[in-house]
Ligand binder design. Structure first.
Ligand SMILES: Cc1cc2nc3c(=O)[nH]c(=O)nc-3n(C[C@H](O)[C@H](O)[C@H](O)COP(=O)(O)O)c2cc1C
Length: 397
């Protein structure tokens, strides 16, 4: 009798515990946004660009998929009212990242990444794009934000030609940035050659794949990430654009999210639920620790680095470097490789000055500027796509 009673109580306790666990995990998944529609991924749909009859908007919808600093998508489009083949790209001065990018250099590289996607898509769809940089002259650096608003980065004129099969175009749908570990497999000489062939006026690409250089660049990148992790205002800037759950990602379709770390599936909703219900888990010290930890893992699993250098550091050089970066990004995807920029040592804020000088002294003689430092390798894991805004948010009257 007594034994039966105990048995019954144990069964009841286990069932209550299970019910409680089920309730807690359901609450986590719901808070994380499980089953909510993912509007922020619409631009990645292969039918998305086709919805727009104006070929200019259609190409802008491809530009939107390009890699961009802090995923701020700082692009403004103005359609020429008098010429249906012309549109202008402006840098969106409200979308700068002044703490990490005080000189708005990455912001300009990001204009270039967009332009190259437009160009690749234009060629593939039969609208070859002629890109004229800074058609109204370069910026007034003393009044940079006003100047960005007043002067276009580029005038884009679309022609008409037969659509051309372009393997780079097929790669536009592959996520641009893979922050997971890469295999130790070295690059082949053909792969290295394909990257080093990527250049533009005053811009070139160099690949470092010997162990000594990989170790040296890895050390610079890690030391710089540690400095950044301890620079509170830079971390705060990045933290402020972290989107914790589906609701936030749909509301504000730019910035960072768990997808950026390669998280997907049920784990994504679980993590999002945790952070939403227990926001202290995302404290600034936790974010710093995570940044150092993940950078250490990424760099320890990197067989090669690519570097994009420009002869000077003019705004045009920065934009052209971005164009080369997009080409590098698409070339890597086409070759089954993945890339991730590691930009900290190249950033111009005071705490990073020593690192900036060290990497430039060693790798950029003769006054060149390193515009991008990028890990390259065979990924161990595919990663999900990241948020993108609606293309019509970019277009201004
Ligand atoms: C100029 C520039 C600098 C970047 N720097 C970094 C970086 O330091 N670390 C990183 O993980 N990703 C970096 N990225 C990648 C962006 O964060 C990424 O493109 C953006 O979040 C959108 O995600 P996606 O590329 O996966 O679509 C950089 C991209 C650009 C264009």
């Amino acid at each position: 009798m007594y034994r039966n009673k105990v048995k019954k109580m144990v069964v009841i306790s286990i069932s209550s515990l299970l019910a409680l666990l089920l309730l807690a995990s359901t609450a986590l998944f719901i808070a994380g946004g499980w089953l909510q529609p993912r509007h922020y991924l619409q631009p990645w749909d292969k039918q998305y660009a086709k919805r727009f009859s104006d070929p200019r908007i259609r190409l802008v919808a491809y530009g939107l998929l390009a890699a961009n600093g802090h995923n701020m998508q700082p692009w403004i489009i103005r359609l020429d009212r008098g010429n249906a083949n012309v549109f202008y790209l402006y840098a969106d001065a409200d979308r700068m990242s002044p703490m990490a990018d005080p000189d708005a250099r990455q912001m300009m590289v990001t204009q270039g990444t967009f332009l190259e996607y437009v160009s690749v898509a234009g060629q593939a769809l039969g609208y070859p794009a002629t890109i004229d940089l800074f058609p109204d002259g370069t910026y007034d650096e003393q009044h940079l934000a006003q100047s960005m608003t007043a002067k276009p980065v580029a005038k884009i004129t679309l022609g008409r030609a037969a659509a051309q099969k372009n393997p780079l175009f097929d790669a536009v749908y592959i996520p641009d940035t893979n922050r997971t570990a890469y295999r130790p497999t070295p690059l082949t000489s053909a792969q290295k050659g394909a990257f080093e062939a990527l250049q533009a006026t005053d811009v070139k690409t160099i690949v470092y794949d010997d162990q000594k250089s990989v170790n040296a660049l890895g050390k610079i990148a890690l030391d710089s990430a540690v400095i950044e992790a301890h620079t509170a205002r830079v971390m705060k800037e990045a933290g402020a654009i972290f989107r914790a759950n589906e609701y936030q990602k749909n509301q504000t379709r730019h910035g960072f999210s768990f997808e950026g770390q390669g998280t997907s599936g049920l784990k994504l909703y679980f993590m999002q639920g945790l952070i939403t219900l227990l926001p202290f888990l995302n404290s600034s010290s936790a974010a710093s620790d995570l940044m150092i930890q993940s950078t250490r893992t990424e760099l320890a699993h990197t067989p090669a680095y690519a570097m994009i250098l420009s002869a000077s550091n003019s705004r045009s050089d920065q934009v052209r470097s971005g164009m080369v970066y997009s080409r590098l990004n698409l070339t890597a995807s086409r070759l089954g490789l993945a890339v991730q920029p590691v930009s900290q040592a190249l950033e111009e804020y005071p705490e990073m000055q020593k690192q900036y000088a060290a990497i430039h002294d060693k790798y950029a003689p003769d006054g060149q500027t390193i515009q991008m430092l990028v890990r390259v390798g065979t990924p161990t894991q595919n990663v999900p796509q990241s948020m993108r805004r609606d293309v019509m948010d970019l277009v201004r009257k």
